[in-house]
Design a protein around this ligand. Structure first.
Ligand code: ATP
Ligand code: MG
Length: 437
């Protein structure tokens, strides 16, 4: 059997369900978004942190919380084949960041502002805006207890959405107060739900004693009335918590960020305190939460560090890009400034030198690449030049090269005359090829 016959029988392999390839030209939108993120993070003094994708399973059990959907059913966990260590593909990155901060004692000289972007993994039912591998951008500020940092973090999201041109996104927030206040509210909540056992669905019954706060979060329409009338955590907050929340509200207003209070916005874990928030839209169906965050003053200690106040958020980038596309805000795919047409392989040495000089001067040049038998006809090269979207063709013909020149032909402007340019002073005319931005 020849090798060729053998190959043709191989089964085609596809990406794992719920895990997407991000391909050009779409990947350009990702790069555009990432550029905006970088610029903004620098303006706010947030530094990039890159932690491993695989972490010990115990980090998420403790740091994300045993009673959360993530830990209960969404993690990709496996045993290290060599040493049996329990490992997990990160479903979120706050625990990883906190682990790294503790491990490297990053807060030894004061608070730290950090951000990350990268893939997260959750075993969920794939649908629009919900994938098994998805990208999160996150920002975390560790070592700052005051409400101004909560506001700074929300402002960062507000400004990012503004810079992207995103519309119709609302900031909702709530205060979870302090653990002791939540204990009192929890007791009231349990007794309220216990008075209406017939109205609890199976999930709510299961959560009643493990994590009753999470019942408030239910998406079951049949439970909306019950949940609407449940005791509100806000009524259990003491002076300190109320003062923190009031400062957050007034500072947001001072910074021009619209907000509203959603008393049902909760996180069921003890390490949260004070501010929780979400940026939501009604334009993405059920996957309308673009960004969720809050203060988690108890987490650093829970993961073995010195007690350190902390606050942060995580944002789903697929959802942000989806909303942008839906709102017609996607940037145009990038095209090269010029396409190099090379009629004969003999021209390659000089042409490639000239193209390098143009790139060094900041001109993006796509070079025609042949099939191996030769460069291909002028006609087919011009077809490719046209398809590339380039605004100019550079023709490295024998005539031109004999005079140390190249022909520059405008591809999108019929009125522009073809011109010859000298290869001796490329830097001088290179700017005429660049797109005016
Ligand atoms: P949801 O209620 O939509 O499941 P969540 O509470 O699980 O969200 P977080 O853990 O707070 O979400 O993650 C922060 C953000 O990450 C979400 O607001 C969302 O934009 C995004 N996100 C979460 N899970 C997914 C997923 N499976 N696919 C795509 N984006 C996701
Ligand atoms: Mg989820």
């Amino acid at each position: 059997m020849t090798e060729k016959e053998d190959t043709s029988k191989l089964e085609k392999l596809n990406a794992v369900k719920g895990m997407n390839d991000i391909l050009p030209p779409d990947s350009a939108r990702w790069e555009w978004l990432e550029d905006k993120v970088r610029t903004l993070m620098a303006l706010y003094g947030y530094r990039n942190i890159r932690t491993p994708i695989v972490e010990p399973t115990a980090l998420f059990v403790r740091g994300t919380g045993e009673t959360t959907d993530i830990v209960e059913k969404e993690m990709y966990s496996f045993e290290d084949k060599l040493n049996g260590e329990a490992l997990t593909l990160r479903p979120e990155n706050t625990p990883g960041v906190v682990r790294a901060v503790i491990e490297h004692n990053l807060t030894y000289d004061g608070g730290k502002r950090l951000y990350y972007t990268g893939p997260m993994f959750r075993h969920e039912r794939p649908q629009r805006g919900r994938y098994r591998q998805f990208y999160q951008l996150g920002a975390e500020a560790l070592g700052f207890a005051g409400p101004e940092v909560d506001v700074e973090l929300m402002l960062l999201v507000h400004e990012l959405f503004g810079a992207l041109g995103l519309r119709n996104v609302r900031l909702e927030m709530n205060s979870l107060g302090l653990p002791a206040e939540r204990q009192m509210h929890r007791a009231a909540l349990i007794s309220y739900f216990e008075q209406h056992p017939g109205q609890l669905d199976a999930e709510a019954q299961r959560r009643l004693h493990s994590n009753p706060l999470r019942i408030l979060d239910t998406k079951n329409p049949a439970m909306q009335a019950l949940v609407q009338n449940a005791p509100q955590l806000l009524n259990y907050l003491g002076q300190t918590s109320l003062r923190h929340f009031d400062s957050v509200k007034s500072l947001l207003t001072a910074c021009g960020v619209p907000w509203s209070v959603n008393p049902r916005l909760v996180r069921g874990l003890d390490y949260y305190s004070h501010t929780v928030f979400e940026f939501v839209t009604t334009e993405l169906g059920a996957q309308g939460t673009l960004c969720g965050g809050g203060r988690y003053d108890g987490l650093v200690k829970l993961l073995g560090g010195k007690p350190t106040p902390a606050v942060g958020w995580g944002m789903g980038l697929e959802r942000v890009l989806e909303l942008l596309a839906q709102q017609g805000q996607a940037p145009a795919a990038p095209t090269p400034d010029a396409y190099a047409v090379i009629p004969d392989a003999d021209a390659l040495p000089l042409a490639m030198q000239a193209i390098q000089a143009l790139r060094a001067a900041g001109v993006s040049v796509q070079m025609h690449a042949g099939s191996g038998d030769g460069p291909g006809s002028m006609k087919s090269q011009f077809k490719k030049a046209d398809a590339s979207g380039a605004r100019f063709a550079l023709i490295f013909g024998a005539d031109e090269l004999a005079q140390n020149e190249v022909t520059v032909k405008a591809l999108r402007d019929d009125s522009a005359a073809q011109r010859r340019q000298s290869l001796a002073d490329i830097a001088a005319w290179a700017p005429t090829l660049q797109c005016p931005t």
